[in-house]
Design a binder for this molecule. Structure first.
Ligand SMILES: CC(C)=CCC/C(C)=C/CC/C(C)=C/COP(=O)(O)O
Length: 294
């Protein structure tokens, strides 16, 4: 029986290096061809009256299969059809609309975050603004807020003041806990252009989702607006500070935009939890007993 003709690398002719599995830019590798194919396949299987089986059949005719999985197939009518793909592969070729939307959002997020990361290094286009951004970083850091609250708590001589500060402490600890848990679960790496030169971090702070600074800023600002009587300009400044802290995280290259957006959402929701569980000498007398004894 004649053996198949081979090229100089010993591969059967028709099975070139670029056709085995995937190469950058090839459809199987997620190049533009693959994107187009996936989208067409998705449309045909979702169209009214569209037949998902047909979509799958079209998938088996795709360049991914011809070029990647079956290098010698398709050269004559007598050859057996290629074996069906495993279920997982078909799902990859035919992602849900939600999958495409999420991937697009992620791509926009990465692109925008990189564009906005203008203070990520000394040599970046706005590198001279880096010290100011780092000042904003310290203004939203957990340590000054925790130390300031503890100091206020021990110096306060009014019951109302102690109650507010006790809840502020609870809010800060809750924020630290939730951000740590989510970072450890999601494990999204910080952007590649970030320089890891942050002041006092926890081990989970190598992860970026969600932004702890953004959540703390949103939480603190809602707390302050609800519990301090401030003149309008100071209220505006408080809200402005929150947004500037969030923006500075992206400009410093510490975070992607979605990390900060989710951080704001988280901080906003955390205030609702704190407000709902508001600690007072009536519902948590043990916490206030320290001052009763003074
Ligand atoms: C009581 C205790 C464990 C305090 C630790 C305070 C601390 C080191 C907080 C970390 C703050 C920080 C660097 C957060 C990271 O913020 P991202 O905006 O970069 O996520």
């Amino acid at each position: 029986m004649p053996s198949p003709r081979r090229n100089t690398e010993g591969r059967p002719l028709g099975a070139s290096a670029s056709s085995s599995s995937s190469s950058p830019g090839s459809p199987a590798h997620g190049g533009s061809g693959a994107g187009r194919f996936e989208f067409q396949s998705l449309l045909s299987s979702r169209a009214p009256g569209g037949d998902p089986t047909c979509a799958r059949l079209r998938a088996s005719e795709s360049p991914v299969h011809r070029r990647g999985s079956f290098p010698l197939a398709g050269t004559g009518p007598s050859q057996a059809p290629p074996p069906a793909l495993p279920e997982d592969d078909r799902m990859d070729l035919n992602p849900s609309f939600l999958g495409i939307a999420l991937r697009s959002l992620l791509a926009i997020d990465l692109w925008l975050s990189k564009k906005l990361g203008v203070c990520a290094g000394e040599n970046s286009s706005w590198g001279s603004m880096r010290p100011l951004m780092k000042l904003l970083e310290i203004s939203g850091h957990g340590i000054p807020w925790l130390l300031g609250t503890l100091y206020g708590l021990f110096r306060s001589d009014s019951w109302a003041g102690r109650e507010v500060l006790m809840n502020l402490l609870f809010a800060l600890l809750l924020d630290l806990l939730l951000v740590t848990v989510i970072k450890a679960l999601v494990r999204r790496r910080r952007p590649a252009h970030n320089q890891m030169d942050m002041f006092v971090t926890l081990s989970v702070d190598k992860y970026s989702f969600p932004s702890g600074h953004a959540s703390r800023a949103a939480l603190m600002s809602r707390f302050i607006l609800n519990h301090l009587v401030l003149a309008i300009p100071l209220r505006v400044l408080t809200v402005l500070w929150t947004f500037i802290v969030g923006l500075s995280r992206v400009m410093l290259g510490r975070h992607n935009v979605t990390d900060v957006a989710f951080g704001f959402f988280l901080g906003y929701m955390q205030y609702s939890i704190v407000d709902y569980c508001w600690l007072s000498p009536h519902n948590a007398p043990a916490l206030f007993v320290l001052w009763n004894q003074q």
